[in-house]
Design a binder for this molecule. Sequence first.
Ligand SMILES: NC(=O)c1ccc[n+]([C@@H]2O[C@H](COP(=O)([O-])OP(=O)(O)OC[C@H]3O[C@@H](n4cnc5c(N)ncnc54)[C@H](OP(=O)(O)O)[C@@H]3O)[C@@H](O)[C@H]2O)c1
Length: 349
Amino acid sequence: MHYAARKDSRRLREMNSVNKLMPMSPAITPESLVYIAGHNGMVGAAIMRNLQLAGYKNILTRPHSQLDLTNQRAVRDFFAESKPSCVFLAAARVGGIHANNTYPAEFIYQNLMIEANIIDSAWRSGTERLLFLGSSCIYPRLAKQPMSETALLTGNLEPTNEPYALAKIAGIKLCESYSRQYGVQYRSVMPTNLYGSGDNFNLENSHVIPALIRKIHNAKVTNQPTAEVWGSGNPMREFLHVDDMANACRFVMELADTAYESATKPMLSHLNIGTGNDVSIGELAKLICQIVDYPGEIIFNTDHPDGAPRKLMDVTKIQKLGWQAAISLSEGLTQTYDWFLDHQDKYRR
Ligand SMILES: NC(=O)c1ccc[n+]([C@@H]2O[C@H](COP(=O)([O-])OP(=O)(O)OC[C@H]3O[C@@H](n4cnc5c(N)ncnc54)[C@H](OP(=O)(O)O)[C@@H]3O)[C@@H](O)[C@H]2O)c1
């Protein structure tokens, strides 16, 4: 076995060893026909790696170029023909503040269509289990920290990504409604900020971790004495490695009905996924300097806004069910920097 695959397989064993308290369901086994929607994306690819390492043999995928998930006819035909028994719904139109602000119509329309088409076609073709991936932006802008699942629909959303967040809320409610009316097990998970292999390092629309890795790496290779970080460095944020997220997705998908129902309600059925720990952006930048081996100084540019002072998920429910993150921030950042070094040609101008 290749070294990286051996390392992945050891990590998966370690992750699995901390994640086994609740009964697992026979409704999904490594023999099940599983469709991953969005398998070329950061999360979809991680779910694919996780399932393969766990011995899943019948994984079904279609690239965007072959199946446009906003096309109802095409999605219905695909499901009617392939009849997957389980679906991971990791396809979405995703982007940062700028993209959300510039293309709000595309964000709400495409996400609503993708979810509605997949969830309805899955039910029509007899899919027993489905896992929908949402986001922490479903919670109100001023939600009490840490944000618990019960904060859903208790206040106004952050205006910059409201259309996207509303589509994600509709996704949760689609899963709940199909489960309530038709007795299927369509579940939802809400991840915190994710990072890891396959992340987007394009500085124009990247999230904070890939942006900091790239800026600090650039400062190192061009011998700059300082690297700039936007904002004061004070906001507190939570980060989860995408391989932990993929492990959580399989964990929730494999949970027996009784276990899932013990932690949720028919009309409050989503589960938060995170580490339960946060770090300031300033501390994060220092950690990345150590990992990148950059000896220079971090400069905080307070001309740029900070955003919310704190965003942390309440992960009590998923932890009580027996899942917890296994990859430390420092280990995850090291792995992500290695991935960036292997793929940086893509980002050279
Ligand atoms: N990344 C994070 O930090 C984060 C945090 C919280 C939640 N999430 C959630 O996790 C899920 C996956 O996110 P990600 O980071 O993996 O995003 P991503 O890397 O952009 O992947 C999304 C995937 O969906 C595919 N897709 C989009 N529109 C499609 C369409 N009309 N037809 C077919 N395929 C389509 C994309 O294919 P193309 O690229 O070919 O269009 C891509 O492979 C999303 O629901 C997101 O909300 C992510």
